[in-house]
Design a protein around this ligand. Structure first.
Ligand code: ZN
Ligand code: ZN
Length: 412
């Protein structure tokens, strides 16, 4: 069994991330956050970035063992603090047009055995300190991109039945395939893919549907769309006018649903992995946008808790269309990582909406977003409702019904 990660594909992923992922411009600096396990990939990224004329490339590495040491041995006060100076610095870098790249690959369950009370305090402090960096990313002030590396612990979760080396190799191939770098010319493959997604978003924006109707097994759901909503997907332009692909892979086109106009029943079509718990066979009923009844064959207790996180947690903030023929869906792999799993099927997300999915001005106030039907919450959890048995119709402003998906695939 081959277990060596393919070096040529690592190079292709690095090149793609620089040129199409972040879309780095000559003279622009680049900040990379990454697990130390991904050093080989980050070195390649730096090489391609400098070849593209990067000003300064700054890598910031994390290490799982060091993170765990904190939770095991640090004094109690540690957990009410975070490195404010670092995130203030990131905010300053972004204000100076530094591009941002993140490598995902850590164990999705890293902190599951640590004291929950310490973890939640640390998360809270981190969320607060991270604000200057997060705001600039969510407001899309600069070009950014996230790609993945097959970390050992993550690989073992996805492929528990094989040796560590084999699991890492298998996950690396799955990441390369899903990221479209297992082909001769990934850059060209992404240009073609982006063009396809752009055609879908243009069509949906032109139709300006007021609702989507989903029909399938245990599913009869009408999702009203937010006023002035805009469909997005694939390559998009940041506020600094640089075009980037924030997520690699990405198969979805998505927009903001109306928080108060969702009616009917829907079932999940794939298990949802949420903070170490698997929630399976979700069945919910919506009334006036709110989930009034929820069941799951597995993890129902956790689901009920999630729905009570805050007022917006039982309403949806995202609706996304992904064809069943997407490479990630066809791989049949559950990645336990939203970056991949949400690209395997059409989905909705409980909680916070994407504030950029609106026509016109990018910086709407919270009130304007809520007036248009955009939901707000501290959670955003995607779950899959698409399969080869689901049909989707668009309902236009005159109540005309226009087929969008048949048997899980785009009609046109
Ligand atoms: Zn999504
Ligand atoms: Zn989402």
């Amino acid at each position: 069994m081959k277990t060596q990660i393919n070096e040529e594909k690592i190079a292709k992923l690095a090149n793609l991330a620089v040129k199409r992922g972040v879309g780095l411009q000559k003279g622009q600096s680049l900040l990379i956050t990454a697990p130390i396990e991904s050093l080989t990939l980050v070195r390649k990224i730096a090489e391609y970035a400098y070849k593209e004329g990067a000003h300064i490339v700054t890598p910031l590495f994390t290490d799982s063992d060091i993170t765990l040491s904190r939770f095991k041995f640090a004094p109690d006060e540690s957990f009410d603090n975070a490195t404010d100076w670092l995130y203030n610095g990131m905010g300053e870098a972004f204000d100076n047009n530094t591009a941002r790249m993140a490598i995902a690959g850590d164990d999705p369950m890293l902190l599951s055995k640590m004291e929950p009370e310490k973890v939640s305090r640390a998360n809270k402090s981190m969320a607060k300190a991270y604000k200057p960096a997060r705001e600039r990313i969510t407001e899309f002030k600069i070009n950014w991109n996230i790609i993945s590396w097959p970390g050992k612990a993550w690989a073992q979760r996805v492929f528990p039945e094989v040796s560590v080396d084999e699991a890492v190799f298998k996950l690396s191939e799955a990441i390369f395939d899903a990221s479209r770098v297992s082909v001769d010319d990934p850059i060209q493959a992404w240009d073609v893919h982006n063009e396809k997604l752009r055609k879908k978003t243009s069509w949906l924006n032109e139709k300006n549907f007021k609702a989507l109707q989903y029909n399938g097994p245990n599913t009869n759901l009408r999702v009203g769309l937010a006023d002035e909503h805009e469909w997005m997907g694939g390559a998009s332009k940041a506020q600094n006018n640089i075009i980037c692909n924030p997520n690699i892979p990405s198969e979805e086109v998505f927009t903001t649903p109306h928080a108060y106009k969702v009616e009917g029943k829907v079932s999940s079509t794939k298990p949802l992995s949420y903070q170490g718990t698997l929630i399976d066979n979700i069945n919910v009923t919506f009334k006036e946008g709110k989930i009034i009844e929820a069941h799951a064959s597995k993890g129902e207790e956790v689901l009920q808790k999630v729905l009570k996180s805050d007022e917006g947690a039982s309403r949806i903030g995202e609706v996304a269309l992904v064809p069943n023929s997407s490479p990630i869906s066809q791989s049949g792999i559950i990645f336990y990582n939203t970056l991949f799993d949400e690209n395997a099927a059409s989905h909705i997300a409980l909680g916070q909406c994407y504030t950029k999915c609106f026509k016109g001005e990018m910086d709407l106030t919270k009130e304007e977003i809520s007036n248009r039907g955009g939901n707000s919450s501290m959670i955003h959890i995607d779950w899959m409702i698409g399969s080869d048995q689901i049909d989707v119709d668009g309902i236009d402003q005159n109540e005309n019904v226009i087929p969008v998906f048949r048997n899980g695939e785009w009609v046109n």
